[in-house]
Design a protein around this ligand. Structure first.
Ligand SMILES: NC(=O)c1ccc[n+]([C@@H]2O[C@H](COP(=O)([O-])OP(=O)(O)OC[C@H]3O[C@@H](n4cnc5c(N)ncnc54)[C@H](O)[C@@H]3O)[C@@H](O)[C@H]2O)c1
Length: 248
């Protein structure tokens, strides 16, 4: 039996990097996969790769920083597949390195809007659906910056710590309604998010881990599969650092 057989899995930011790797992992494990991403992204390739695993799939446009769009994306998911079993709140943007004393307010506001407030919007409407149908699973894509300070990325660090906190709150408030929520905390992972980063910086980050390399999106997707499936039935409100030993 596949681990997500017949489950409806909704993934924000599912068209790229970690989200796409999770979408493919879910497809391999028998899920119906909803890729929710910004309206203008080219998603045809992702859809083809998901279908190649024999999975049903649907693209829904969403901007997680826009509450009406989040509500509509979850509504479209349920209208198409009748329910929602697993939600991966993964959409996010990278930070902009600066001091706190000279950070532009609009940089702070944008990062918090997408990486924290947007996650709250998703969680709110996912929970409403879970409460109607009698349960569900939330996985939040935080970061190692949700557990430790990432020097120069104060807004990103604050947003990801906030997301880990939100995850714990879901656990304590909704466990009695058959709802679980856990967070994944990756270290730097080789995805399009890092495409503009200079090679020396990537090397520096790699050498910050005992593994001496960056993570791969497929490695983060294995943690997603664990939290999404019944394998993690006794995990709630916790997080898993997938970090090549960086934290140690
Ligand atoms: N790559 C890393 O080093 C790393 C490390 C730790 C955590 N993360 C987290 O993992 C998640 C995925 O990152 P990634 O590396 O795969 O990045 P990515 O840039 O490859 O993918 C991000 C996806 O999110 C989508 N997105 C961005 N803003 C959105 C919005 N407002 N609404 C809907 N979709 C939006 C993008 O279109 C894209 O498909 C993010 O939350 C990121 O913070 C990444």
């Amino acid at each position: 039996m596949k681990k997500l057989e017949h489950k409806v899995v909704f993934i924000t930011g599912g068209n790229s990097g970690i989200g796409k790797a999770c979408a493919l992992e879910a497809a391999k494990e028998g899920a119906k996969v909803v890729v929710a991403d910004l309206p203008r992204v080219k998603h045809e390739q992702t859809m083809e790769e998901i279908k190649a695993h024999g999975a049903e799939t649907l693209f829904v446009p969403v901007d997680v920083a826009d509450v009406a769009s989040v509500k509509s994306a979850i509504g479209t998911t349920v209208a198409n597949f009748g329910r929602l079993d697993v939600a991966l709140n993964n959409a996010g943007i990278g930070g902009v390195y600066s001091g706190i004393h000279d950070m532009e307010e609009r940089v702070w506001e944008k990062i918090i809007a997408v990486n924290l407030t947007g996650q709250f919007y998703c969680v709110k409407y996912e929970l409403q659906q879970f409460l109607k149908q009698g349960g569900g699973v939330i996985v939040n894509m935080a970061s190692l910056a949700g557990l430790m300070a990432e020097r120069g990325l104060a807004a990103y660090t604050a947003a990801k710590h906030g997301l880990v906190g939100l995850t714990k709150n879901i656990a304590v408030q909704y466990a009695d309604r058959n709802i679980r929520a856990n967070a994944i905390c990756p270290y730097y992972t080789d995805t399009p998010m890092l495409r503009a980063v200079p090679q020396e910086m990537l090397q520096h980050w790699a050498s910050g881990t005992p593994a001496n390399r960056l993570g791969r999106a497929e490695e983060i997707a294995k943690a997603f599969l664990y939290f999404a499936s019944d394998d993690s039935s006794y995990c709630n409100g916790t997080h898993l650092a997938v970090d090549g030993g960086a934290q140690a």
